[in-house]
Ligand binder design. Structure first.
Ligand SMILES: Cc1ncc(COP(=O)(O)O)c(C=O)c1O
Length: 363
């Protein structure tokens, strides 16, 4: 029986542009070798910083480029979290972000998600109890749930951040992988005052380049940059230069177009397989990104699911890892029935077979 991994939120191997990365590195070194190979430019490779500043319509000193966006989440958390602070996330949320914020000393609470974003009534109730150091959200094609935050909720979140005075991280690594429908404005496009935007080229070119970035007010960028310098001394400029070269050559747009062509049929295969084999689950089909998620019905056989799946060569992630502590009084037992289903790194045939095996297990 073929092993199938419904665990990995990674790009498809066949989509990694090895030859172009080689060519881009060579060209960048020819042009700017002494800068790229030297210590310095802790804020990022200047041409890439300039490009991102233009994209986001900010000054280059409002951009910090780091070794992936998880690295920047860690540095941001290390800069702003004080003893006793709370951090709020969506419930469910990106498991590594939850762990990172806890490791930096925060108590992390999850605010339940609805199909169009956070439950705002529960969020505001919590804000009245305690204002967090920050709220972390993934508004476009969320990891793990695949959900997106509506424009109305983005507007309301920006207003709440203003009213209660806290930061919101909008983490948008999947934003450009929209397979259909219209883009919804970023929170920063509504009002940037309390917004830290993070993203990366991991899903658009290659994760191993480790090029991610944050966009925030210059004084906050300066504080996070100090911690970056103290911990990594100098960023990985060669891979940042590869990204800059990709952009200048028009290869980024080309790459995004070919990723969409590869991934959209996989999303369709996942949606079709869920409808066919798991007609009783609750799920919201996304318009982009890497993930569909489902909530199994209470009557499903979900006990020890991850272990039982191994016996039929199906790898699943334990849904509980995506859940932070529940807000006071909130029941979070849904975490036992939550299953994340990444669809980009496997073929439509593997997707169908994987979901078929899953459906057999939960009967
Ligand atoms: C929502 C989210 N943020 C951040 C990351 C980490 O990205 P990077 O490779 O830029 O560190 C991921 C990776 O899966 C992710 O899903």
């Amino acid at each position: 029986m073929e092993a199938i991994a419904l665990t990995r939120g990674v790009p498809a191997e066949e989509a990694l542009p090895a030859a172009k990365i080689g060519e881009a590195l060579e060209a960048a070194l020819q042009k700017n070798g002494p800068v790229i190979l030297q210590y310095g430019n802790i804020g990022g490779y200047p041409p890439l910083r300039q490009y991102l500043a233009e994209q986001y319509k900010v000054n280059p000193n409002e951009i910090l480029i780091g070794n992936g966006s998880l690295h920047l989440q860690d540095l941001f958390a290390g800069t702003v979290i004080k003893p006793g602070d709370t951090v709020l996330t969506e419930q469910p949320s990106y498991d590594r972000a939850i762990k990172t914020f806890r490791r930096r000393g925060a108590k992390v609470y999850g605010v339940p998600m609805e199909a169009d974003g956070l439950n705002l009534a529960l969020l505001e109730e919590e804000l009245k109890r305690q204002v967090p150091a920050f709220l972390y959200i993934v508004p476009d094609f969320q990891n793990p749930a695949g959900l997106s935050t509506s424009y109305e909720k983005r507007k309301a979140l920006v207003e709440l951040a203003d009213k209660y005075n806290f930061w919101i991280i909008e983490d948008v690594p999947y934003r450009n992988l929209r397979y259909r429908g219209e883009a919804i404005p970023l929170l920063r496009e509504i009002n940037p005052a309390h917004i830290v935007t993070m993203s990366s080229f991991s899903k658009l070119i290659s994760p191993a380049l480790r090029v991610g970035y944050m966009v925030a007010p210059a004084d906050l960028i300066a504080r996070v940059t100090r911690l970056a310098e103290e911990t990594i001394l100098s960023p990985v400029l060669p891979t940042q230069a590869v990204v800059a070269e990709f952009v200048q050559r028009g290869w980024l747009d080309e790459n995004i177009a070919s990723l969409k062509a590869l991934y959209e049929p996989r999303l369709d295969a996942m949606i079709a397989a869920i409808r066919k084999y798991l007609p009783d689950v609750t799920f919201t089909p996304p318009d982009g990104g890497f993930f569909v998620s489902i909530v199994l019905p209470e009557t499903a056989n979900y006990a020890n699911l991850v272990e039982r799946a191994q016996a039929v060569k199906l790898a699943l992630t334990d849904g509980k890892t995506f859940f932070a502590d529940p807000l006071p009084g909130q029941d979070d037992t849904v975490k036992d029935r939550f299953v994340r289903l990444p669809f980009c790194a496997i073929t439509p045939a593997q997707i169908e077979e994987g979901v078929r095996r899953l459906a057999e297990l939960v009967k």
